[in-house]
Design a protein around this ligand. Structure first.
Ligand code: HEM
Length: 388
């Protein structure tokens, strides 16, 4: 049995924000060198920042676009804004529909069973990096659900995608921390791991081009019970009857892989951490699984709604350890958020708002005993409350 070392809940940046919030309240400015950010920890005000009524008052900040552009381009859901985002979102809404997600469950169950088997039968006596294993598992699931047999039949596809994406993301983070990505002249120079980003971009692009062309020529099909993301991307049309271009198809597909695999992999790594450090939570989940899925029964979509303890544990993990703890919006038109008689805040042009869910989820005003892991906050059925 491989040794498993504990993860650590240690995040200096967010602890710093938490302390600032205690000192200055839920709205404060924070400086990073020459850059000033507005941190807002009020849910009602944040709902205004993200809501439809202020959709044309914000864009996603240039630094986000610049950071992600080398890997996934700029014509995709994560980076685009305004009309381009609205059009793509309308065309891609079926991809988020539960009926389509339902058809992917057998892929999730198969790949997870394979990964568990591999980990349990591993003869290595080296420690296992669970975060890496789980990120690789979620990448395989998302890429198989998105690209179907195209992904599964290409030799070493999983290895290539997993290694290339990880290397590229590390290099992009390295460049971002040194602000190289933010200065176009510096970004073009062949230093600061640019060759890693360039090589990864070439490999991933060539790989996905091949998968799209194979599917167009009928050389591959979906691995899901129904259509996969690639089918949806190839058949989607806007209200003028226009389909996505090949470039858009590639960028949207890569965005799903990028946006989906690390977030979900990291969430699963934190769930493991919680299970290893809270024995009563482990027992409650195990009891539920033994009851709903006895004798290793493979989960189907219908079982999911019965797994209320596991669901509550995931929600509480998302609260304490959100995998996308910080995202941002850049104001392009001055406006006021909040409503009269309540808190209101004027947002001038050029403000970058930070949406810091990590600190927001730990505000004592909203969560009694905010630092305590208590999954019963989320239980749908009180009869399943854990006696501990
Ligand atoms: C625990 C798992 C996940 C978390 C915490 C998470 C979090 C987020 C957040 C915070 C955003 C908003 C970013 C912004 O507007 O600036 C976002 C957007 C997005 N995520 Fe996720 N995500 C998760 C899983 C996934 C998965 C599994 C996929 C796809 C397979 C995915 C695809 C996307 C896409 C396409 C967008 C852009 C949506 C749009 O703007 O219309 N995410 N995610």
């Amino acid at each position: 049995m491989p040794e498993i070392r504990r993860a650590r809940d240690n995040n200096a940046l967010f602890e710093y924000h938490e302390n600032l919030a205690k000192k200055h309240g839920p709205i404060f400015l924070i400086g990073y060198g020459p850059l000033v950010r507005l941190v807002v920890l009020e849910p009602d005000l944040l709902a205004d920042v993200l809501g439809r009524s202020h959709i044309s008052d914000y864009t996603k900040p240039r630094d986000l676009t610049t950071v992600l552009k080398p890997l996934i381009g700029s014509h995709n859901l994560l980076v685009s804004m305004g009309l381009e985002h609205e059009r793509a979102r309308q065309m891609l809404n079926p991809a988020f529909h539960f009926v389509n997600l339902q058809s992917m469950i057998s892929i999730m169950a198969d790949r997870t069973a394979e990964a568990i088997h591999r980990l349990l039968t591993s003869s290595t006596n080296q420690p296992i990096d669970l975060q890496k294993e789980l990120n690789s598992l979620t990448l395989t699931i998302i890429a198989s659900s998105a690209f179907g047999q195209g992904f599964e039949t290409i030799v070493d596809a999983k290895e290539i995608m997993s290694r290339t994406f990880t290397e590229a993301l590390e290099a992009v983070m390295y460049r971002t921390m040194r602000m190289v990505n933010l200065i176009p002249f510096l970004a073009r120079l062949p230093f600061w791991r640019k060759h890693i980003v360039d090589r990864a971009t070439r490999m991933v692009n060539g790989f996905v081009d091949q998968i799209i062309s194979d599917r167009r020529q009928g050389k591959s099909t979906s691995s899901c019970v129904g259509a996969d993301l690639l089918d949806l991307l190839l058949s989607a049309v806007d209200d003028q009857g226009q389909p996505f271009t090949d470039e858009e198809i590639k960028e949207q597909a890569l965005t799903f892989v990028l946006a989906g695999h690390e977030t979900t992999g990291n969430l699963m790594a934190w769930v493991m951490y919680v299970l290893m450090t809270h024995e009563h939570v482990l027992h409650a989940c195990r009891d539920e699984i033994d009851r709903i899925l006895p004798n290793g029964l493979e989960p189907t979509y219908d079982h999911l709604s019965s797994l209320s303890v596991c669901e509550a544990v995931i929600y509480e993990t998302l609260r304490l350890y959100p995998p996308a703890p910080l995202f941002t919006r850049y104001c392009i038109r001055a406006h006021t958020i909040g409503s009269e008689g309540h808190k209101q805040l004027h947002i001038p042009v050029h403000t970058t708002v930070w949406l810091n869910t990590y600190t927001l989820h730990r505000r004592a005003e909203f969560w009694p005993r905010p630092h305590e892991f208590d999954y019963t906050r989320w239980l749908r059925d009180p009869s399943t409350v854990d006696p501990n």
